[in-house]
Design a protein around this ligand. Structure first.
Ligand code: HMG
Ligand code: MG
Length: 313
């Protein structure tokens, strides 16, 4: 795929250990999370959102964040962003050895209030000191805008609202803003519409990432729309797991194996190896005790040289 002036290398931002697991009712052992991250590293993934430093009562599955982050292998060129909602979370992240954080708000007050107990405006005020402190520590910083296309409590979201929040996050110093289709309602036309607003507002598309939940099977199509508009960072979860405890109706994230198959087919470089991504996907599906939901997880890849499936168990 050629987009004038854009780099044809894509960043896959893996969210399996965080978004993928946060809504799982069955507790996943810290050792299994660590093994999952090791398999993701072996598959060539280099940005792995590892966990969240949030209220352990809010997200019990990630209550082991301190222990997990401290136990992850440190490798050059690997980034483990963690979700941080406030200065308390930042302190915990620092103690566990974090070097990258993501703050997270939304395009709608209704979702932000359910998710983080604050309006969007209050959340942005809360993030200011968090991002300043992280900048002082030399950390990489991302800001999420959830419900960028639709809100489980208030319905359709106009692109202007999401773009305004993104602009404020960039003013507050994030390196990257990520628009989240939290409940998986977007279609490519809506993605194009949002990214047109991004451009019209003068926001840098090279600092925009997209995070699609695949609730309605539109995630891969939405990635193509994002690529055509110049976006080069996409979130995905190996095994296609995911959901948000505060977003009724949210289903799994775009599966990393589906994204890798797409990018390979388009000839876009990304650094991940499909057979090894599938191995990590089978591992986490075994831990969770249910079959892979993703299409490529079920069918495997496809080797055009031999006509045979690739990376099946
Ligand atoms: P709160 O209740 O509004 O405020 O929580 P609080 O300050 O009164 O804190 C409540 C409790 O949390 C207290 O404990 C605090 O001590 C504790 P208690 O007295 O009840 O035992 N607390 C903390 N504990 C540990 N670490 C902390 C921390 N802060 C407070 N950092 C808060 C506010 C944000 C903490 C809470 O609402 C929370 O943790 N929410 C969880 C939000 C979350 O993780 N959601 C899922 C991730 S977002 C997502 O999935 C969307 C995304 O994937 C993109 C997309 O799909 O669109 C990113
Ligand atoms: Mg999400």
């Amino acid at each position: 795929m050629t987009v004038a002036g854009a780099e044809d290398r894509v960043r896959i931002y893996e969210v399996g250990p965080r978004d993928g697991l946060q809504n799982e009712a069955r507790p996943v052992a810290t050792a299994d999370k660590r093994r999952f991250v090791q398999l993701l590293l072996a598959a060539g993934l280099r940005e792995i959102e590892a966990t969240s430093f949030v209220s352990p009562r809010g997200v019990p599955q990630l209550a082991d964040a301190d222990e997990l982050l401290a136990a992850l292998p440190r490798e050059p060129g690997v980034r483990y962003p963690v979700l941080v909602p406030n200065l308390r979370g930042l302190g915990r992240a620092e103690a566990a050895g974090a070097r990258a954080i993501a703050v997270f708000t939304a395009a709608t007050d209704a979702f932000a209030e359910h998710n983080i107990g604050m309006t969007v405006e209050t959340s942005l005020r809360t993030f200011g000191p968090v991002l300043d402190r992280a900048a002082g520590l030399g950390w990489w910083r991302r800001g999420y805008v959830s419900t960028a296309f639709g809100c489980p409590y208030t319905g359709r979201v106009e692109p202007d609202r999401a773009v305004r929040v993104a602009a404020t996050l960039l003013e507050l110093g994030v390196d990257e803003v990520c628009f989240g289709d939290t409940i998986g309602v977007a279609v490519p036309a809506r993605v194009r519409e949002l990214l047109a607003r991004v451009r019209d507002s003068g926001l840098p598309v090279e600092r925009v990432a997209l995070h699609f939940h695949d609730t309605r099977g539109m995630a891969v199509a939405n990635v193509v729309a994002g690529l055509e508009a110049g976006v080069r960072c996409f979130d995905a979860s190996t095994g296609g797991t995911g959901g948000c405890p505060y977003a009724p109706g949210a289903a799994g994230n775009l599966a990393t194996e589906d994204l890798v198959y797409l990018l390979d087919g388009l000839g876009l470089a990304h650094g991940a190896m499909l057979p090894l991504v599938l191995e990590a996907a089978r591992f986490i599906s075994g831990v969770l005790g249910r079959p892979l939901a993703s299409k490529v997880g079920q069918a495997g890849g496809w080797d055009p040289a031999t006509g045979q499936p690739l990376g099946r168990a």
